[in-house]
Design a protein around this ligand. Structure first.
Ligand code: GDP
Length: 196
């Protein structure tokens, strides 16, 4: 999928958010889950920072997507701060700036929250908290399993089954940024989730 991407802004409060005029997709996950790599792979360009040591961005970074450089934006990607630094945290919000939860529940243009979980590690309590939060608030979400290339088919199937069970979800889309077409299925799902 060929898209033109423009960095819009980095928001540290709701007053900074771009006007909610086009459908938005938010990307969420624990630090080091592969969020920056996945956003870059989806867009075919480097917009999000990939780090070997976890960064601690406290902002939401917004990117406008269009079909050509001068065309109006068709979609917005929102890159949310990573979580999971604290070993034990009673709620996701304990680690997040206070504007994140209202963003997830109230943002009118938010068409989909993409929750990234690492297929290489056991189900994580912090991921469960986020998915539970979205389920409780009846917000549209999609769980994506990252780094699928690191596992054999058999181990990957087992990991997906466990993640689905523990996170109480019917569906999980495996992805890899290391394989050609490793994000193709996800693109189709993103487009399908947008209002027509
Ligand atoms: P973020 O902290 O969630 O933004 O994670 P990054 O995108 O910085 O990725 C964390 C680490 O995982 C980096 O070393 C990436 O190269 C690696 N990584 C990310 N996605 C994949 C993937 O699909 N396959 C493999 N093998 N490694 C990945």
């Amino acid at each position: 999928m060929k898209v033109s991407v423009k960095f819009l802004l980095s928001a540290t409060s709701p007053s900074h958010f771009p006007a909610p005029t086009v459908p938005e997709v938010a990307f969420l996950g624990r630090s080091n889950v592969g969020k920056s790599s996945l956003i870059n792979a989806l867009l075919g360009t480097t917009v999000a920072r990939v780090s070997s040591t976890p960064g601690r961005t406290r902002a939401i970074n917004f990117f406008a997507l269009s079909t050509s450089p001068n065309a109006p934006a068709k979609m917005i990607f929102a890159d949310l701060p990573g979580y999971g630094y604290a070993k034990i945290s009673k709620s996701i919000s304990a680690e997040w700036p206070s504007f994140i939860e209202p963003y997830l529940t109230d943002r009118e243009s938010l068409a989909l929250s993409v929750c990234l979980v690492d297929t290489n590690i056991p189900p994580q309590a912090s991921d469960r908290m986020l998915i539970d939060f979205l389920q409780q608030h009846q917000r549209p979400y999609l769980v994506v399993g990252t780094k699928a290339d690191r596992l054999s088919n058999n181990t990957l199937s087992k990991s997906i089954a466990l993640l689905k069970r523990e996170h109480q979800i019917d569906d999980l889309v495996p992805c890899s940024v290391k394989k050609p077409d490793g994000t193709k299925a996800l693109w189709s799902r993103l487009l399908a989730a947008l209002p027509s």
